[in-house]
Write a protein that binds this ligand. Structure first.
Ligand SMILES: [Zn+2]
Length: 187
């Protein structure tokens, strides 16, 4: 955990993280270690995705919306499968499916977008996800959830998560009040 915290701070500050070397995937890793956030062979890639997906699933259930992770039986013709499904309809009689992705704010491919404004990197994979699942929209509401590794979330997911937060506060008002008091006291 100490190493994770150190790496997070060093990357956030743009300092040197490691000795430049060749990754097992064949790509060069620079001193800032940014390749680790985009490497397809990095073990943390799958873990990050699973943790985020689990957070969404737990938030839905906490808000009183039963949902399931990795739903089977709703694959599209080309084998696409979303990360989660609500077990009751949300809007217009349609259940909601979501798909989570993590984008690296520091990736070279996003450098121009990242320099334009905060949170714009996350909108790009979210748009790609919406296109990927466009054939689901006849029967489901599709919600892309794209999270940048430096924090920002795509605009529609931010609305979705804020809405869930409100529902949870209605379900557990006392808990929310206690957390709010604790937060104020901490400050
Ligand atoms: Zn690699």
């Amino acid at each position: 955990m100490k190493q994770c915290g150190r790496a997070a701070v060093v990357m956030r500050l743009g300092l040197d993280l490691c000795v430049p070397h060749r990754c097992q995937c064949g790509s060069d890793v620079d001193a800032q270690g940014r390749h680790a956030m985009v490497c397809k062979k990095a073990s943390g890639k799958i873990a990050r995705h699973q943790v985020l997906n689990d957070v969404i699933w737990r938030a839905l259930n906490a808000a009183g919306i039963p949902a399931t992770n990795e739903p089977s039986g709703i694959n599209s013709r080309d084998g696409k499968r979303p990360d989660g499904l609500t077990l009751i309809p949300r809007q217009g009689g349609k259940p909601l499916v979501w798909d989570v992705t993590v984008a690296s704010t520091l990736a070279a491919s996003y450098a121009d977008t990242a320099a334009t404004g905060m949170g714009l990197v996350a909108d790009q994979p979210a748009t790609r996800k919406s296109a990927k699942y466009v054939d689901f929209t006849a029967a489901y509401i599709f919600q892309p959830i794209a999270v940048e590794n430096l924090g920002p979330i795509n605009a529609s997911a931010l609305d979705f998560i804020s809405n869930l937060g409100q529902k949870i506060s209605y379900t557990f008002p006392a808990t929310t009040e206690r957390l709010s008091s604790y937060s104020s006291a901490s400050l």
